[in-house]
Design a protein around this ligand. Structure first.
Ligand SMILES: Cc1cc2nc3c(=O)[nH]c(=O)nc-3n(C[C@H](O)[C@H](O)[C@H](O)COP(=O)(O)OP(=O)(O)OC[C@H]3O[C@@H](n4cnc5c(N)ncnc54)[C@H](O)[C@@H]3O)c2cc1C
Length: 556
């Protein structure tokens, strides 16, 4: 018997997948920021590095790593405790790729020689190039970047323990992803995690109750717990615990120096809104072995060196997620026809896309400007103040803007944007975490106040510089005054978010004056400085619309 063919309809007017693209070459705002803030070859080098990044296989790896989340295997087949987390091969493939590209190590490469010579501490360099790559990779798959980020940033905290760092550095900087579960000194490449947050307090880490007992030299035994311990298959963790001298930073390896499994037990994995490719565990320590990092009582200043860098990555990650949302929305609008016209030619859709594009222009510009400040902070005091004040301000503004942005990008694809076959639901679920971890919104706003209070002169110098850079923009002077008044207020906590947002907008506009056409910086000031931008598409961007859309995703 022959069946009638099931020819009910023709499929047309559906958008082809956005794959096999060079994500850097299509991203004019990124290239502009790299030319302005990076080294001479930064833009072409990003295009070369991005060659395979936007391949269809990579988008597929991202889907698989998130649809097959990690599983906790507490015991092995013989019933022995192992506390092992099993990941899908797609996760390992992404890890391999990001580590090989240098995302866990590139800024500290060369430090091994410096450490061996005993002549200095590792200093990060070329943050701009790494941040650009981190932004691009975040658009593909952000979850696996959690351990990549922590490994990279961990080196900064370990700088106060040069002997230990000397042993770790060749493995942290090897660009080899070694997922085997064995002592780190037997591995060719290692990853680092971080444990600060406990049940009774995360932002307020001084409330930590986990205890550290001194054993010998810099060796301690740690007893207590961590309520969040992400990427628990890392080879070692920077941990905060209370020692006799106060809150102290430690390095806790998964295996003790004698090669036995350390007393670190994974209780369960968190069931999270997003960030599903990444494992986040709850852990307990029962006299777990650890080395002290830095002096007793100096735990917060030691680990803050790491957190400064992870915050930079939260920013580039959020900018990267927004960028991918915009690229998908633009791609769809260039293909989809409604009411006899492509969406990209419909005035109301153009206004929405242009407004989204303007936000990505600003996020990209200021993220890479900030990365430049990290590169220069060692030599230039104003850049050091920029890094100190603008990191929390931009983490606040960009990371908090990303979820609303991705919701709007999702809607540009209509129903298809809400369906898991598009990457948008995953990007949307991923976005809030960057605002929550590594210092939540209010903590960032309060940090801006604290930094300005501690170095009033530096803050004034920075504001003068931002005022000079934005002097030709509408309402800039008013915004500068708003920041000054907000910072000077005696009881400023209640308006901390207000002053932080204003400072962030000022820094973003200043960055745009350096790397985008003047009309874009002017449009940003005109539509963002008054503080009322809450919905996309309501700002009047008619004159800049064509330019913004062409820069967001070139036609053709
Ligand atoms: C997916 C995921 C993975 C994580 N991984 C790790 C990890 O690997 N290691 C780790 O150490 N932590 C990790 N965390 C924890 C994260 O860093 C904390 O959740 C975060 O720092 C907030 O701490 P908390 O949850 O204790 O909230 P709280 O500190 O209780 O804060 C709750 C809210 O109150 C606000 N708040 C706090 N103090 C003030 C104040 N003085 N004024 C006004 N508002 C205030 C905060 O901004 C926040 O909005 C992870 C979290 C998530 C979601």
């Amino acid at each position: 018997m022959t069946l009638e063919p099931f020819a009910t309809h023709e499929v047309f007017n559906q958008t082809p997948p956005f794959v096999d693209v060079n994500l850097a070459a299509l991203d004019k705002p990124l290239l502009g920021a790299l030319e302005a803030f990076g080294d001479a070859g930064a833009a072409p080098s990003a295009i070369a590095q991005a060659a395979g990044l936007g391949a269809a296989e990579n988008f597929e790896l991202a889907r698989l790593a998130n649809e097959n989340p990690p599983k906790l295997k507490v015991f092995n087949a013989r019933g022995e405790r192992q506390d092992f987390v099993e990941f899908h091969p797609a996760y390992h493939a992404l890890m391999r790729q990001s580590i090989a590209a240098g995302l866990a190590s590139s800024t500290f490469e060369g430090s091994a020689a410096l450490l061996a010579s005993g002549k200095g501490k590792p200093r990060g360099k070329e943050h701009v190039a790494r941040s650009a790559l981190h932004y691009l990779m975040s658009g593909i798959e952000a979850g696996h970047l959690c351990p990549v980020t922590m490994t990279h940033a961990g080196v900064a905290a370990l700088a106060v323990a040069p002997t230990l760092l000397k042993t770790l550095m060749p493995r942290v900087g090897s660009r080899i992803y070694d997922a085997s579960f064995k002592p780190f000194w037997e591995k060719r490449g290692v990853t680092l995690g971080m444990g600060m947050t406990e049940k009774q307090g995360g932002s307020d880490v001084r409330a930590n109750t986990t205890r550290a007992e001194h054993v010998a030299a810099d060796e301690y035994e740690i007893t207590g717990h961590k309520w969040f311990l992400s990427a628990p298959m890392c080879d070692a963790f920077l941990i905060l615990a209370q020692a006799a001298g106060g809150l102290t930073c430690f390095l806790m390896p998964r295996f003790r120096p004698d090669g036995t499994l350390n007393a670190l037990r994974l209780q369960r994995l968190k069931d999270k809104a997003g960030n599903r490719s990444n494992a986040s565990s709850e852990a307990e320590f029962a006299k777990a072995f650890a080395w002290r990092i830095g002096e007793e009582g100096r735990g917060v200043p030691t680990i803050i060196e790491m957190v400064r860098l992870t915050r930079l990555d939260c920013i580039t990650s959020s900018a990267g997620l927004m960028r991918m949302g915009l690229a998908l929305a633009m791609h769809h609008a260039r293909h989809r026809i409604a009411f006899q016209r492509k969406l990209v030619d419909q005035p109301a859709m153009r206004a929405t896309l242009a407004d989204l594009a303007l936000s990505v222009e600003a996020a990209t510009a200021v993220a890479l400007r900030l990365a430049l400040a990290f590169d220069r902070a060692g030599e230039d005091p104003t850049e050091s103040v920029y890094a100190r004040l603008i990191t929390p301000a931009i983490k606040f503004a960009v990371c908090k803007a990303a979820p609303g942005f991705l919701y709007e990008a999702m809607e540009c694809l209509g129903g298809n944007g809400y369906v898991e076959e598009s990457p948008l639901p995953r990007l949307y679920r991923e976005a809030p975490v960057n605002a929550i971890w590594e210092g939540s919104g209010n903590i960032m706003a309060l940090d801006v106040l604290r930094a300005a209070r501690r170095d009033g002169e530096g803050a004034e110098r920075l504001l003068a510089e931002l005022a000079r850079e934005t002097q030709d923009l509408p309402e800039a002077e008013t915004l500068v005054q708003r920041v000054k008044t907000g910072l000077a207020r005696r009881n400023a906590e209640g308006s901390a978010r207000c002053v932080t947002q204003a400072l962030a907008m000022l820094a973003a506009a200043a960055a745009l004056t350096k790397c985008a056409p003047p009309s874009i910086a002017e449009a940003f000031a005109r539509t963002r400085f008054h503080g009322g931008h809450s919905l996309f598409g309501v700002a009047d961007l008619e004159s800049e619309c064509g330019q913004l859309l062409e820069r967001a995703l070139p036609a053709g």
